[in-house]
Design a protein around this ligand. Sequence first.
Ligand code: ATR
Length: 274
Amino acid sequence: MTDNYAVFGNPIAHSKSPDIHRLFSEQTQQTMSYTKQLVELDEFEKTVTEFASQGGCGLNITVPFKLEAFDFADELTSRAQNAGAVNTLLFKDNKVIGDNTDGFGLVYDITENLGWSFSGKKVLILGAGGAVRGILQPILEQHPNSVCVANRTASKAVELAEHFSKFGSITGCGFSEIEDSPFDIIINGTSASISGDLPPLPEKVADNTTHAYDLMYGKEPTVFMKWAASKNCTAIADGLGMLVCQAAESFYLWRGVRPETKPVITYLRTALNS
Ligand code: ATR
């Protein structure tokens, strides 16, 4: 019998996860199926239970169900607990295990694919919503010198910094309180890019030594990436690699095999630009 996996979300039509997992399974010669499923807003638990009872092996969970998946899981990994959200479910020994591979995916893309290092670096993270919460533990575990989380609503950044201080040196503030000198790495985790907005940043936070990463991706560079280019940042990337790398970590949890991410990123980039 084929092992079945799926991604649950609403909306789901544009999900790239089936393509990504098809490429992973071809590459690693794993026999499995992976589909996308639109789940009605009030039917998350019912749909997951049905999927598991029909022999489903695992799920990816996307917007808006990551918190419900967190509540639904019988057991949570430490990174899911700290992220406060679940993007991967694994059905094992009659238990539902919830994990969060988003932060791992970001760190893997940055350190392995792009070759940037967090170790000893001064890091600025913009935003303090769900996306940023999901990446802080894996980033702090890379031993940066310091992490500053800056957010439009400063109190949310301060709260996150308090929660994650057990993992390393982290502070939270509003945009106007960011230190006005160059950071080594700046990560944009605000959803401001969607509306084409750029958070108001002090003049000197980026220069030609800065590496800039936007969690968002698209056909065109985001406003944040254009801003980074105007500051002559040494390297600029979007979140397509993170998307593929978080999927690779889910695949590894389910199948015990690590797929290559670079060819899949290249494939998706070509498809995005065509
Ligand atoms: P996500 O799951 O994408 O993180 P979210 O939890 O709603 O979504 O968080 C959105 C983040 O983007 C927040 O940090 C938000 O700032 P506030 O906490 O002050 O709302 C930030 N954000 C959204 N639009 C923004 C804008 N136009 N300028 C700056 N920050 C913005």
